[in-house]
Ligand binder design. Structure first.
Ligand SMILES: [Ca+2]
Ligand SMILES: [Ca+2]
Length: 332
């Protein structure tokens, strides 16, 4: 009897473990599309809001998308990779650059004319792994993530990246140096321009194109971020750009997420805790897939079924023992 119970429980545990193993979702996601390779370089880049010559050979990404609202300010960001650091030079065309308010800087810095870079270093679907770096039009830096980091201002943010910005005849430019220890690897990214305009200080924004959305991604919707590689197959020197075409990364499409145009993304860009709606949309990104949840439930059901079988067997055995003992008592 004990052997039977042991065998039933062992089978149930094995079944549950196998079910859970197959339930682990794939986190390598390509759904946003590939933006290309960021050339590696040995040429020094100065973080001074001036465009270094070497940027001419960098990877340039357009930042001009938004699916549902008008975009007024657009721009580009040009990227290089050197010594484990992403160098980014953003050029924003904004006809109404407004001086950031001090309370906006300290409490809601997305409500400033500013440029943001989102880095998902593991290129996964976990929104808590995304780092957000922002520089406003006059050079105020902020760093944020949904895992609890909130480093606003020079003293706090300087620990995480180097930065500079200045106004131009067409708007402003911002230059970033962001540590990213992932040479040759693919990382998820998003880029965003926050545009304050008009007497009321209205906010609109532009982000990078996502294949999965056929337009702009939402700020924190990591599932549909596009990705790029860091110095995987190209390099830049003062003599030009070299592309080693044989090392082009393989793009393997995976499960396409459900596009969520609304995404609860009230202003498309606020830092987590400041916008409950946006948080809900991104929580969705960090959740397990429906298939994974179903498989886990199936594993749990197998365990429960095994326990029920064991209980029935034990109950029957007890009843049989009682019956036998009663028979023995009568015989005695
Ligand atoms: Ca520079
Ligand atoms: Ca503006």
């Amino acid at each position: 009897m004990k052997k039977l119970i042991r065998n039933v429980l062992t089978a149930a545990v094995v079944m549950a473990l196998l079910t859970c193993a197959f339930a682990v979702p794939s986190f390598a996601h390509k759904d946003g599309g590939c933006l290309g390779d960021v050339p590696r370089t040995d040429v020094a880049v100065e973080i001074d809001a001036e465009r270094d010559k070497i940027y001419d050979y960098g990877l340039t990404v357009d930042v001009k998308e938004e699916k549902d609202r008008p975009v007024l300010a657009t721009g580009t960001v040009t990227l290089l990779y050197s010594g484990g650091v992403i160098y980014a030079f953003a050029e924003v065309t904004d006809s109404d650059v407004q001086t950031p308010k001090s309370d906006a800087r300290s409490e809601s810095p997305w409500l400033t004319d500013s440029f943001e870079i989102f880095i998902n270093l593991p290129n996964n679907s976990n929104v808590n792994d995304v780092m957000q770096y922002r520089i406003d039009c006059d050079g105020y830096p902020t760093v944020y993530n949904k895992a609890g980091l909130r480093a606003y201002g020079e003293k706090a943010a300087s620990e995480y990246f180097r930065y500079a910005a200045k106004r131009t005849s067409y708007g402003y430019c911002a230059e970033f140096a962001i540590p990213a220890d992932a040479p040759g690897q693919e990382i998820g990214v998003n880029f965003q321009i926050n545009d304050i305009h008009g007497e009321e200080g209205e906010l609109t924004w532009a982000v990078v194109y996502s294949v999965a959305m056929d337009g702009g991604t939402d700020s924190w919707y990591v599932n549909v971020y596009p990705y790029l590689s860091l110095g995987a197959y190209s390099s830049a020197s003062e003599s030009g750009l070299t592309v080693e075409a044989t090392q082009v990364p393989t793009e393997v499409p995976v499960e396409t997420p459900e596009p969520d145009g609304e995404n609860g993304n009230g202003n498309g860009n606020s830092d987590g805790g400041n916008n409950g709606g946006e948080q809900s949309g991104n929580d969705k990104a960090g959740q397990l897939s429906a298939g994974a949840i179903a498989a886990i439930c199936a594993g749990a059901a197998a365990l429960i079924a095994a326990c029920v079988i064991v209980c029935i067997v034990v109950k029957k055995k007890k009843a049989q023992v009682n019956e036998n003992s009663q028979v023995r008592e009568k015989e005695e």
